[in-house]
Design a protein around this ligand. Structure first.
Ligand code: PAF
Length: 287
């Protein structure tokens, strides 16, 4: 496995194949990321392609009050894990390489998709994500990029970005990886105390209850979400949203239409903000 810190090292490492399957990350890797690498390898190995990961904590997508300084930087461990899963190239640029000047040019996604849900609670987040991912795409020139669907809105925004910006890159979404007790894997789970780690399961429980409601009822989704949010708040969570949305544009719905749905949730326990989601397809509806 080659670890490239500069653009020169990167282009040498990428030379052997234009078929590159790319997994961008901010490091502090867990099994969820590593399954993205497995998927990347499965896609490119038969064609002699390269599995490429990047590790870069992107200042641009953090609000001033968020955990940019505190975000764990564990490059050595990350590289060991990536090597163990057969990753071919790790691109680990530093701040000076990604942002040699103040990044005044930015890629701003449309408000109707990017200023709702995560974008509402984290202003500028998707502009920061799109800008860094576009730059990474220019540097790595992948044929395919894989993102975890835990960040469902991010995956959707990036799919729209490549379509509208005519970037010749296929964007794939990989299902959420959960721990055996159901908690969605996240780099931020490490911030939870032992007690909070147990409490954190309440989030997935409310999501599951909402999914069950949506599968078996035809309307009243918003009232059900309100009940779910009240339950979480009563247990000490600060809830940003729990909503049933159309998969293709993340618009909130109160009843079934002709689209598959996704339930999105974001809430903070102590000082740790967690997000999760669950897809419910029309075909899974129990009438
Ligand atoms: O999902 C992440 O880890 C980040 O948002 C990404 C896509 C690597 C961009 O910094």
């Amino acid at each position: 496995m080659i670890i490239a810190h500069s653009l020169q090292e990167l282009s040498l490492a990428l030379e052997s194949s234009p078929n590159r399957v790319f997994v961008p990350t901010m490091g502090n890797l867990h099994e969820g990321h590593l399954q993205l690498i497995d998927q990347a390898k499965a896609l490119c190995t038969p064609h002699g392609g390269l599995t490429v990961a990047s590790v870069f904590v992107n200042r641009l997508q953090f609000s001033p009050h968020e955990d940019f300084d505190q975000y764990p930087r564990t490059l050595e461990r990350d590289c060991d894990l990536l090597r163990s899963r057969g990753c071919d190239v790790v691109f680990a640029p530093n701040e000076a390489l990604m942002y040699p000047q103040v990044q005044t040019f930015k890629l701003t996604p449309p408000t109707e998709l990017a200023n709702i849900w995560e974008g509402h609670f984290r202003p500028g987040f998707f502009t920061g994500v799109c800008t860094v991912v576009m730059k990474l795409f220019h540097m790595v020139a992948p044929s395919t990029a894989i993102f975890g669907k835990k960040d469902y809105q991010q995956w959707l925004v990036l799919k729209h970005m490549v379509q509208q910006m005519a970037m010749p890159i296929e964007i794939l979404g990989y299902p959420i990886v959960r721990s055996p007790d159901g908690l969605a894997l996240s780099s931020r789970n490490g911030y939870l105390s032992d007690t909070q780690r147990v409490q954190a399961l309440q989030l997935q429980k409310e999501l599951g209850a909402t999914a069950q409601f949506v599968q078996t009822q035809s309307n009243g989704f918003q009232a059900q979400c309100q009940t779910g949010m009240d339950t979480l708040r009563a247990k000490g969570w600060k809830v940003d949203y729990l909503a049933v949305c159309q998969q293709h544009d993340l618009k909130e719905v109160d009843h079934w239409g002709s689209d598959d749905l996704v339930i999105l949730v974001a809430a903070t326990l102590g000082t740790t903000r967690l997000i999760d989601n669950m897809e419910v397809r029309l075909t899974e509806r129990i009438q």
